[in-house]
Write a protein that binds this ligand. Structure first.
Ligand SMILES: NC(=O)C1=CN([C@@H]2O[C@H](COP(=O)(O)OP(=O)(O)OC[C@H]3O[C@@H](n4cnc5c(N)ncnc54)[C@H](OP(=O)(O)O)[C@@H]3O)[C@@H](O)[C@H]2O)C=CC1
Ligand SMILES: CC(C)=CCC[C@@H](C)[C@H]1CC[C@H]2C3=C(CC[C@]12C)[C@@]1(C)CCC(=O)[C@@H](C)[C@@H]1CC3
Length: 343
């Protein structure tokens, strides 16, 4: 490989990825939707070079073993990455650049919702309102979280769900779109993302109680900005919502016995709102769907939703990302640049 995008000799030597193998990196790959995505990607393309980027190597090892049981010959690498730590992202990016000479797909899936609180009064009120379907689909007005500062002095939710991922993109730029090829970025966002939860004056949601919603809205805007800045260079960014999925994240909202108790109700609700995808496999539908799409055919302003019908059929639907204020994506892009340049 010659030219601007050439990798250092030792990395080419190390790189086990011949030209036709896709290199896919997934953050938060050891559980839930991330792990289900890996399973689905290996089923789709057995030649993949899959890199599980996780903060806990024991859990990462377990995930790799589970994947290898059903895909014996799969090529699965592990990478230590705590997206909530600037130093960890920088070290991991160095490691990725030493191992591979390109990234075809970067799935930015790791995410947290710490100390969630359900507003039970609002839930009961909502049950008897005309807004009930929207309430179940978006949890609007139902959920708050308590955030804290991490060791970098950043709010933990924004650092994990947004800044760490953005820093990773910036650091991996030399591996994105090498030699005129296209590269793809896919964010696991949420239908809980709401414009009113985000303020450019409080870019980390330090003073609010909905950092999760705010950070997911910010990731939608950042994806939009990436498309505006980078599509012409062959870099395409998309956002998805997996629907409501039973994972460690949701088990952190209510105790598991409660979820088990209301499971029949959840199946019933699915008849009215196809956003209750419930299983990680179903939730990974839009992530998998994007993998097999031609990037030029995608809408840069869309959010792709994993949906499951009452009869259990999975499909992907595109909806416009909600209410973009003019210039907000660019402003956010610049602010995030400032953050990552603080390193
Ligand atoms: N479940 C749902 O209903 C919905 C989920 N989502 C989004 O889907 C994504 C996946 O979540 P889900 O599968 O549900 O939940 P899980 O908790 O099962 O998965 C989250 C993954 O992210 C990893 N992670 C968390 N923090 C970090 C970090 N600092 N560095 C590296 N990895 C980290 C976790 O690792 P570890 O095991 O070490 O904690 C885990 O692998 C999240 O972005 C979430 O916001 C969006 C909409 C709905
Ligand atoms: C289903 C019944 C009878 C009770 C559960 C009520 C809430 C706990 C539940 C209703 C809508 C859910 C929801 C989420 C969490 C749990 C609810 C608030 C999410 C916020 C989980 C994470 C996401 O990113 C969203 C897409 C979910 C939206 C719906």
């Amino acid at each position: 490989r010659i030219g601007r995008w050439a990798a250092p000799v030792e990395s080419l030597h190390n790189c086990p990825c011949p030209d036709m193998e896709k290199v896919v990196l997934v953050t938060g790959a050891n559980s839930g939707i991330g792990l289900a995505l890996c399973e689905r990607l290996l089923t789709e393309d057995s030649q993949l070079l899959l890199c599980l980027a996780c903060r806990n190597m024991k859990r990462a090892e377990d995930a790799r073993s589970a994947l290898l049981t059903s895909h014996i010959n799969a090529h699965i690498d592990l990478l230590h990455l705590d997206v909530g730590s600037v130093q960890s992202v920088l070290t991991a990016a160095q490691e990725v650049k030493a191992r591979y000479n390109r990234i075809d797909f970067l799935y930015l899936n790791a995410g947290i919702m710490p100390n969630p609180q359900v507003d039970v009064k609002a839930l009961f009120k909502g049950l008897f309102s005309r807004n009930v379907i929207n309430m179940f689909a978006t949890a609007e007005g139902l959920l708050t979280q308590q955030d804290r500062l991490n060791s970098d002095g950043l709010q933990e939710v924004f650092a994990t769900n947004l800044f760490g991922h953005f820093l990773l993109i910036r650091e991996l730029e030399p591996l994105l779109c090498p030699g005129g090829q296209t590269s793809r970025i896919v964010w696991t966002s949420s239908s809980n993302a709401r414009r009113s939860a985000f303020s450019i004056e409080d870019i980390q949601h330090r003073n609010g109680t909905e950092p999760y919603s705010s950070s997911k809205y910010a990731s939608d805007m950042l994806s939009l900005a990436l498309n505006r800045h980078k599509n012409s260079q062959g870099l395409f960014s998309s956002v998805i919502c997996p629907g409501l999925v039973m994972t460690n994240l949701t088990y952190g909202i209510l105790p598991s016995f409660f979820w088990t108790l209301i499971m029949p109700i959840m199946w019933l609700i699915r008849i009215f709102t196809n956003t209750f995808t419930l299983t990680p496999y179903n939730g990974a539908e839009a992530l998998h769907w994007l993998f097999v799409q031609n990037p030029e055919s995608l809408d840069p302003r869309a959010k792709y939703h994993s949906l499951t019908s009452g009869l259990g059929k999975n499909y992907t639907q595109s909806r416009q990302v909600s209410n973009q204020r003019p210039l907000l994506p660019q402003t956010l892009y610049c602010s995030s640049l400032l953050y990552v340049n603080l390193r």
